[in-house]
Design a protein around this ligand. Structure first.
Ligand code: FMN
Length: 139
């Protein structure tokens, strides 16, 4: 199996989630590509068996608007039937950005791992992220 993880992170919390998820998946025996969104293409999604996307809550409970949201809009049509995991860090909100994102993923036909994304309030818990990555690798 081949997992591609694409993320955006401003202050490093979602990047740390991505790294821990990658480590957990690798420990479970899966090949992982870890890409910042600025280095990712649509082909990276098409070629992956498992796709994990990470973005924190930004703006007012939305995805980061200059890089990540355009990427999401460009690739969500490729996710029909694909195994997808969502993750991201947030601050003072209640996770509304993730609920909206989950709804869009499900509407796009993605097979959303766990039924909901993994959220971390600011800095993530390493063990929780590694377990998420390992379980997604086995999905
Ligand atoms: C411009 C900006 C907007 C934000 N908007 C929200 C928000 O709407 N809801 C929320 O819970 N946190 C919000 N946050 C907090 C971030 O989601 C939080 O700091 C998160 O840990 C950032 O993740 P990162 O380190 O991967 O960039 C915002 C932060 C910034 C800088």
């Amino acid at each position: 199996m081949h997992m591609t993880i694409v993320y955006w992170s401003g202050t490093g919390n979602t990047a740390a989630m991505a790294e821990h998820i990658a480590a957990g998946a690798q420990e479970a025996g899966t090949e992982v590509r870890l890409l910042e969104v600025g280095s990712a293409s649509a082909a990276d999604i098409e070629q992956a068996d498992l796709v994990a996307l990470g973005c924190p809550a930004m703006g007012a409970e939305v995805l980061e608007e200059s890089e990540f949201e355009p990427y999401w809009q460009a690739v969500k049509g490729l996710l029909k039937g694909k195994k997808l995991a969502l993750f991201g860090s947030y601050g003072w909100g209640d996770g509304a950005w993730m609920r909206t994102w989950q709804d869009e993923a499900i509407a796009a036909g993605a097979n959303l791992f766990g039924g909901e994304g993994l959220m971390a309030n600011y800095a993530p818990d390493e063990t929780e992220c590694k377990t998420f990555g390992a379980n997604f690798a086995k999905a």
